[in-house]
Design a binder for this molecule. Structure first.
Ligand code: GTP
Ligand code: MG
Ligand code: ZN
Length: 348
């Protein structure tokens, strides 16, 4: 049985705060129009951003309207297409969202206390933004790739802040990135600061709905600001003390690109937890392992020190990068140890 985690004071405080939040969310929204005759005809809208019990939607005329959420529609995120009705009274928000259209895809993120939460919907491709500062970690990149592979979206690896290293260092890292190119991923260098690489990236975003994900401080909002100078999104420094980002962006928001296509900026997360995924799904997330799936001597091979392990042999033969197999094991270990002892709600 899983050992019950002893919660720290900070975790207990968060748990308490979340409980209070949940209680207040289930209370009836007093401002919401409940009389059907005071609502207009159902119409279509696109969710730009979601805040608690409200969402900013865009109507067919391109206007941004703040709407309430019917309590029956709990899961609404940026990128969702919804049916909403205008509030015909003078008071309260512009309308009420009544239903969410079926999603083509959804990016989810597990939260230790709140269960699996949706981040954004109807996404074609995911830009995994990493940067030289706060840290360039292939383990974090691999975690993102696993999460993205299981949702069936297209990941694009982008390394920002190339201005912080010299050409020698850049080539060294680029050599490591070659492995990702070889197994089929698109990889790009970027310096938002020096405006290098943005034009090529903008080309990839054309006509598609993309989301920027990555740790706090890697420069997601800075990139959106550069692509859309009118957006004027808040950006934050990377802390000198902790070396970490300041979590400046707090909710995901969709922006329309001038060249066609949409780009969603999202809040940075320290680490993409994967404990909601089964071990087989994590294996599938390492796409180059597939060809060795049935090659190990033993069917229940753990790919550690098992005799006749095809993955280990592939590492020794230089076909699989050793660090990828290590990261696979690190992810499996963290999945086993991070899993919350309480039951997780995966309905959101
Ligand atoms: N040197 C350098 N700094 C950059 C570059 N791009 C962004 N920054 C800086 O990185 C810091 C963080 O940028 P943000 O755009 O706020 O990062 P973010 O990923 O949106 O962070 P969160 O909203 O917290 O998730 C800011 O101080 C930016 O000026 C770059 O290409 N080079
Ligand atoms: Mg940001
Ligand atoms: Zn094996």
């Amino acid at each position: 049985m899983a050992k019950k985690k002893k919660l720290s004071k900070q975790q207990l405080r968060r748990l308490q705060a979340n409980r209070t939040k949940k209680i207040s969310q289930t209370e009836p929204n007093k401002a919401q129009v409940s009389d059907e005759s005071l609502l207009g005809e159902p119409q279509k809208g696109l969710v730009i951003s979601r805040f608690g019990q409200h969402a900013d939607i865009e109507n067919d005329q391109g206007e941004l309207l703040r709407c309430d959420l019917r309590r029956t529609v709990s899961s609404i995120v940026a990128g969702d297409r919804v049916i909403w009705r205008a509030n015909l009274t003078e008071s309260g928000n512009h309308g009420v969202i009544e239903a969410v259209e079926e999603r083509n895809s959804v990016l989810t993120r597990p939260d230790f206390y709140d269960g699996v939460k949706s981040v954004a919907a109807n996404i074609d491709q995911i830009i995994v933004l990493s940067s030289i500062l706060p840290e360039l970690s292939f383990q974090i990149i691999d975690r993102y790739l696993v999460a993205i592979e299981q949702m069936g979206a297209e990941p694009i690896i982008v390394i920002n802040k190339s201005d912080l290293i010299d050409e020698f260092e850049r080539l060294k890292i680029d050599g490591q990135l070659d492995y990702y190119r070889e197994i089929g991923y698109q990889v790009h260098w970027l310096s938002v600061k020096q405006k290098q690489g943005t034009t090529q990236l903008a080309e990839l975003l054309k006509g598609k709905t993309s989301i920027l994900v990555g740790q706090s401080g890697v420069g997601k909002s800075s990139l959106v600001n550069q692509l859309l100078p009118d957006a004027e999104i808040l950006i934050g420094d990377v802390s000198d003390v902790s070396g970490l980002g300041m979590h400046t962006t707090t909710v995901a928001r969709l922006y329309h690109l001038a060249s066609g296509g949409d780009l969603i900026d999202s809040p940075g997360i320290r680490e993409f937890a994967l404990w909601h995924l089964a071990p087989e799904v994590i294996f599938d997330g390492f796409i180059e392992f597939e060809q060795y799936r049935h090659e190990c001597k033993f069917r229940d091979c753990k790919h550690l020190n098992d005799p006749g392990c095809a993955l280990k042999a592939a590492v020794q033969a230089g076909k699989i990068k050793a660090e990828r197999l290590e990261n696979y094991h690190k992810i499996l270990e963290s999945v086993a140890s991070d899993k919350p002892a309480h039951k997780i709600d995966i309905s959101k």
